[in-house]
Design a protein around this ligand. Structure first.
Ligand code: OOB
Length: 556
């Protein structure tokens, strides 16, 4: 095994993290939001408590690999010992670019056990994002699969190593080529530790940074979101409670595991906390997901609306056995009510809307809210300590029922992005509220309805057209399966309204017909699209949301 040159101290400090003010930190501890040890210590507890229960199912669909809680904890110790042999120490950052494989989970916990901070990137990220994130975090290592979905990550790793001097190690799940195999590291670790449990050289502060998540923002380069052991543990455990998760549940990781939603809302971390079985889907396609749901008896999973639509359509054709599924969480982008209403009849599961963000705040519809609220609202905050404000453009609170920007702070919402002092000055208010940029309305019962993004508004000759609102109307048309509304430059009105749609198989639609349809729905004339563009598919972000930035670029 190759050993890296001695690591310098230049990349060791965890600077750029904005902690909660002492007064808040005290309160969150006193109230029990922040409690317990660092995240990897919890895996030790779970390994004792759930010992021989199945923790994790990975591998391919044809050849699944199963680990009990005890085996998972052992595998994590082996890898942690191996990483120590490689010279990784507390405070180092490692860019984790792994798909839904067992190594994602073992490397995540092995890093946490050493106080090494994983930077959780998504499989669809490529050179631009990875290079930026490796540089920004000052990462010393980069972890990849050999190849995934036809893309050889080792080629990308060559570029990253050449471009970012701090990256000394490339760790590979699978065939390592000229780099270091994670299996080799773990084997060396197993030999070195000789059954002794691994601990960090220095005690790990549970109030300190555990992981760096990637912002889902669609403007500018991704930002790093520092989540602490305490806040993230609360995030996962409180979410598990809201979902009624127990040891009898089987959680399917259908979205990329590195995304906050399937990772901790309640995701795999929340599922481990109650001793449930976690199943990693190598891909979210209906064939694989439905196959795993039937074979493993999956009870809960999380999807984005674009994926929910694909599953509902496919299930309509295939009639898969999804009888075990009790809860389908949908979030990440606005779920239209019509699609939401199809979920129970077609998939046999209750729908739960999740309006969350990697920065923290999570809103859930609750199991006892009833179908109407679950289908038409984006839920309410996870915890009473979540403070939310809905404000106008002057930062003044608006009454219930009025749309405004959502501001929030609380025990698991960050007070600043990592190493982003300049951006933080505008992204947060002086008293620590995160300005989400989301436009929401609070119903009389206290549920939130997402009405759009502050910047996703088309200024059509002085009239503001909300893209989200028009998209929702478009999706009610039977010929339309996907819709995105964007601005098109227009000499007369500045910006005109362009509807980009994907048609149902065999359907056709003309702008004139669409306008008549929208008019009959009672839509104002200024809200009507000026242009209609029909495409085969819409570009998606790394987690599967419609990517308008890329769409605008394509249509320019
Ligand atoms: C989740 O997190 P991110 O960080 O990828 O994206 C957050 C943004 C939100 O600010 C909002 O603009 C949008 O995505 N969003 C939704 C939504 N859930 C997220 N917009 C409308 N309706 C929803 N249900 O996307 C995320 C994190 C944790 C759980 C679920 C989703």
């Amino acid at each position: 095994m190759s050993h890296p040159a001695a690591l310098t101290d230049a990349h060791r400090t965890v600077d750029g993290f904005v902690p909660w003010p002492a007064e808040f930190a005290r309160r969150y501890q006193a109230d029990g939001h922040w409690q317990g040890g660092p995240l990897a210590d919890r895996l030790r507890d779970w390994a004792v408590r759930y010992a021989t229960g199945t923790a994790l199912v990975g591998g391919s669909f044809e050849e699944p690999v199963r680990l009990t809680y005890r085996e998972l904890d052992e595998a994590v110790d082996d890898l942690a010992a191996g990483l120590t042999e490689l010279g990784l120490i507390a405070g180092d950052r490692v860019v984790v670019h792994l798909p839904n494989r067992i190594e994602f989970v073992t490397l995540l916990f092995a890093s946490l056990r050493l106080g090494v901070i994983p930077v959780l990137t998504l499989p669809a990220h490529r050179r631009v994002e990875i290079e930026h994130l490796a540089r920004l975090s000052g990462a010393v290592a980069y972890a990849i699969p050999d190849a995934h979905e036809g893309f050889d990550h080792r080629v990308l790793a060559e570029e990253i190593v050449a471009a970012v001097p701090s990256v000394r190690q490339v760790l590979v799940a699978g065939d390592a080529g000229r780099f270091t195999g994670l299996a080799t590291v773990a084997a060396a670790g197993a030999a070195a530790r000789a059954d002794r449990p691994v601990t960090s050289a220095e005690p790990i502060d549970p109030a300190g940074v555990a992981v760096l998540l990637i912002s889902g923002g669609t403007t500018g380069k991704p930002k790093l979101i520092p989540r602490t052991h305490w806040d993230y543990a609360f995030n996962a455990a409180a979410s598990a409670r809201v979902c009624g998760l127990t040891a009898d549940d089987v959680y399917l990781v259908a979205l990329p595991a590195a995304h906050n939603f399937p990772l901790a809302c309640p995701g795999l971390l929340g599922a481990f906390g109650v001793g449930a079985k976690v199943v990693l889907a190598p891909a979210p396609s209906p064939e694989i997901a439905f196959g795993l749901i039937a074979r493993e008896g999956v009870t809960v999973t999380a999807v984005v609306p674009t994926l929910a639509r694909i599953w509902v359509l496919a299930a309509g054709w295939e009639g898969p056995d999804t009888t075990s599924l009790r809860l389908l969480q949908v979030g990440g982008a606005k779920l239209d009510a019509e699609l939401a209403r199809q979920i129970r009849p077609v998939l046999g599961a209750s729908v739960q809307q999740v309006f969350g963000m990697a920065e923290g705040l999570l809103n859930y519809t609750r199991p006892d809210d009833g179908d109407e609220i679950a289908c038409t609202t984006q839920g309410r905050p996870l915890d009473d300590a979540d403070e939310i404000r809905v404000v106008d453009e002057h930062g003044v609170d608006v009454p219930p029922g009025t749309t405004g920007e959502l501001w929030t702070r609380g025990p698991y919402t960050i007070r600043g992005y990592y190493r982003a002092a300049e951006h933080n000055a505008t992204a947060f208010t002086p008293d620590g509220f995160y300005r989400t940029g989301d436009l929401v309305r609070r119903t009389a019962e206290g549920h939130l309805v997402v009405e759009g993004r502050i910047k996703d508004v088309i200024n059509r000759g002085g009239e503001n057209v909300s893209a989200t609102e028009l998209e929702e109307h478009l999706l009610t048309h039977p010929a339309i399966v996907q819709a995105a509304v964007i601005a098109a430059a227009d000499e007369q009105v500045g910006e005109s309204v362009r509807a980009v749609i994907v048609l149902a198989a065999g359907a056709s639609l003309r702008l004139r017909e669409l306008k008549v349809y929208l008019r009959d729905r009672g839509l104002a004339r200024f809200m009507q699209p000026d242009l209609l563009t029909i495409v085969d598919d819409l570009p998606l972000t790394a987690v599967g949301k419609i990517d308008k930035r890329e769409l605008r670029r394509r249509l320019d």
